[in-house]
Design a protein around this ligand. Structure first.
Ligand SMILES: Cc1ncc(COP(=O)(O)O)c(C=O)c1O
Length: 383
């Protein structure tokens, strides 16, 4: 039985760490207050006029991708958990986009930043990380980013931000201008304000989880379809339920597709998945370049193919409605890869016939030559 009050054990207080944290949080919130929301762009699909497609343009964030939202959430989450202090070095394992955005926020609050990234990461992304004062630590195997980031954090006495674990936790899925809340607000005056489908691809799985949770929380009838590129385990894990699947190689489409099922991948928040061949993704961004007059990154192509497939299905079923998908980042980061025919040819890819197939599908309704593998709500047996 406790007879007397024991002395209070206080955290090993760093001098003024609470005031530093408060200052850092205010700085991030002020940056947010200066920022505008991203746009929602209608994309015409001549072959399916009753299905309206929209792209949520996340490339217009200050750091050029959907990861800007996540990086802000991860820094606020780490600050509010007391995981950061003024001398902290932040380390992240990333395919590049998250590292660009985290380097931006680290610099904003005066912290050092180290990105552990695959050596195949586009030179443009490496330059962007360094532009924001980050240091790049390259690894040979995509699988090695996790262990190497943990090792560096121990070695440097730093903080491993670990987007793959915390993406789904750090993001406020009920509001706070998350990507889903922004989409529904921007759809409000459209002919079909509640989309039938929102199509999104998975890297951490955080964006898809946020969208799926928000839709359920608001009781919308919208379905979430997640697209998956080649050399990724998400589709097979979703279809089979086996979350222990692993692959050696990484995905060719930067930012999405993973060699293991990440902790932020929430299959319960996903209604359907589509497996999209890489050639289809890369042809789709060439088509979008012609339609939008600018370049998108590879994962946007993966999303577009998923949306096109679902639009055709709705059209065939005589359904009217809308579909929203994500323009994840700009194609200016991939000039020496996806937009370089020599780079594609070296990987056995001829873009012209695939581009013609995407155009024929979007404009004349001719089925895509690649039937995306389907699982869940869009995989009805009779098709
Ligand atoms: C370009 C790009 N697209 C899509 C994604 C997928 O986003 P999430 O990690 O939220 O699943 C990423 C993730 O890194 C990305 O970099």
């Amino acid at each position: 039985m406790i007879r007397s009050l024991h002395r209070v054990v206080a955290a090993p207080e760093r001098p003024d760490s609470r005031s530093w944290e408060a200052g850092a949080i205010r700085t991030i919130e002020a940056d947010f207050n200066r920022s505008a929301d991203t746009h929602l762009i209608p994309v015409p699909l001549p072959a399916t006029p009753d299905v309206h497609l929209y792209l949520k343009d996340e490339s217009s964030h200050p750091t050029g991708s959907l990861k800007h939202r996540l990086a802000r959430s991860l820094f606020l989450y780490a600050l509010c958990n007391g995981w950061l202090h003024r001398e902290s070095t932040v380390i992240e394992a990333s395919s590049g986009s998250t590292a660009v955005s985290e380097a931006y926020f680290a610099r904003l609050i005066g912290l050092k930043f180290v990105a552990v990234i695959p050596e195949t990461t586009s030179p443009e992304k490496i330059a962007a990380i360094q532009f924001y004062g980050g240091r790049c630590h390259l690894v040979k195997h995509p699988q090695a980013v996790y262990g190497e980031a943990e090792r560096l954090a121990r070695e440097l006495g730093g903080h491993y931000m670990d987007q793959f674990t915390y993406a789904e936790r750090a993001t406020d899925w009920r509001s706070n201008n998350n990507i889903a809340e922004s989409i529904f607000a921007q759809m409000a005056q459209e002919p079909h304000p509640v989309p039938k489908w929102i199509v999104c691809s998975c890297g951490t799985g955080g964006t898809t989880a946020t969208i799926g949770r928000y839709i359920r929380y608001r009781c919308f009838d919208t379905r979430v379809c997640a697209t998956d590129p080649e050399n990724s385990v998400f589709f097979d894990a979703y279809a089979s339920g086996d979350m222990s699947l692993r692959l050696q190689n990484g995905s060719l489409i930067e930012g999405i597709g993973r060699p293991q099922v990440e902790r932020s991948f929430m299959p319960g928040a996903i209604d359907a998945m589509l497996k999209v061949p890489d050639i289809a993704s890369l042809a789709a961004i060439r088509y979008l370049q012609q339609v939008l007059g600018r370049r998108c990154g590879g994962s946007t192509g993966t999303n577009f193919i998923g949306a096109l497939h679902l639009a055709r299905q709705m059209h065939e079923d005589g359904e009217r409605g809308s579909i929203v998908t994500i323009l994840c980042d700009s194609g200016e980061r991939y000039l020496r890869s996806y937009y370089d025919d020599t780079w594609l040819a070296a990987r056995g890819m001829r873009i012209e016939p695939a581009l013609a197939a995407v155009r024929a599908c979007a404009e004349e309704g001719i089925p895509l030559p690649w039937t995306p593998g389907a699982a869940g709500a869009c995989a009805s047996p009779e098709r």
